[in-house]
Design a binder for this molecule. Structure first.
Ligand code: SAM
Length: 258
């Protein structure tokens, strides 16, 4: 980032990300099911259950920001948790994403499922790196699920997460991570680099976007490195700062703004 040529590379990356998600927006939900054999649903359920969002006895309804929220998978689950577990219909979620096409799919789903029209959910085009329209110290819970690896300057996004959270607010991130033990990783690498682009081609008619997705997973830092980046942004973490799901295929990192 200190050199001019790298800035050019980074802006290329940002436009590539925009292109990928515009082209996969319509098939995104189906492809998630196909590629992960439906497991992403279990991970998302687990992620939201572990956060247990909603108004606690004697507390206030929460202001939640779901960054890179795409088609709303995490946001809808959080509203359901608030309603079903806490009888809370006032907690609200802003779904923020850099890509208007993904948000439009999300809005369609929100209308179909009855979350809209209401004040409980809103959709906003926002870059995770800047979160320009989100005031500082305004958010109780910041979530980002399978989004952070697409962000060009991850440390900037973490700094913005820290800025918008209230003191005591929670940062929670779910992302693909490093698989262990090694023999399982070998199988996983084989699957992701050969099967996923092929499925992208067959199911969504788009090999390149899915090739990009598997490469972005490979490039993402290790569980430990990313936990350190979260601490560098000013968050406190409990223990090592993350929990692994399914042999590390995905992990959940959490931090608290002091
Ligand atoms: N959170 C959803 C989920 O778990 O299914 C969607 C994840 S999808 C794989 C990644 C999303 O990140 C896309 O909707 C993409 O537009 C968004 N994205 C990529 N770069 C971003 C950025 N800099 N700021 C905000 N969103 C971004």
């Amino acid at each position: 980032t200190h050199f001019g040529f790298q800035t050019v590379k980074e802006s290329l990356k940002a436009s590539k990300v925009a292109e990928v998600f515009s082209s996969v927006a319509a098939s995104y939900d189906t492809m998630n099911d196909v590629m992960s054999f439906g497991i992403h649903r279990l991970w998302k359920d687990h992620f939201v259950r572990s956060l247990d969002p909603g108004r606690k006895p004697g507390g206030q309804p929460l202001k939640i920001l779901d960054v890179a929220g795409g088609t709303g998978d995490i946001a809808f689950r959080m509203l359901d948790n608030a309603a079903k577990v806490h009888h809370d219909f006032e907690t609200s979620v802003i779904v923020a994403d850099i890509n208007g096409d993904m948000l439009r799919e999300g809005e369609k789903r929100a209308l179909a499922a009855g979350y809209l029209p209401s004040d409980r959910i809103s959709f906003k085009v926002e870059d995770a790196e800047t979160l320009n329209t989100i005031p500082s110290n305004s958010v109780d819970l910041y979530t980002i699920s399978f989004g952070i690896r697409n962000v060009t300057r991850i440390q900037e996004a973490l700094k913005s997460a820290h800025r918008v959270l209230k003191p005591g607010g929670v940062f929670a991130c779910m992302e693909f991570s490093k698989v262990s033990p090694a023999p399982l990783d070998a199988i996983y690498q084989q699957y992701s680099f050969s099967v996923i682009p092929l499925m992208g081609q067959l199911v969504a008619g788009d090999r390149d976007s899915y090739q990009y997705l598997v490469e972005s997973i490979k490039r993402f830092p290790s569980q430990q490195e990313f936990a350190q980046m979260i601490r560098d942004a000013g968050f406190l973490t409990a223990g090592r700062g993350y929990d692994e799901l399914t042999f590390g295929v995905a992990s959940i990192w959490k931090g608290i703004k002091p």
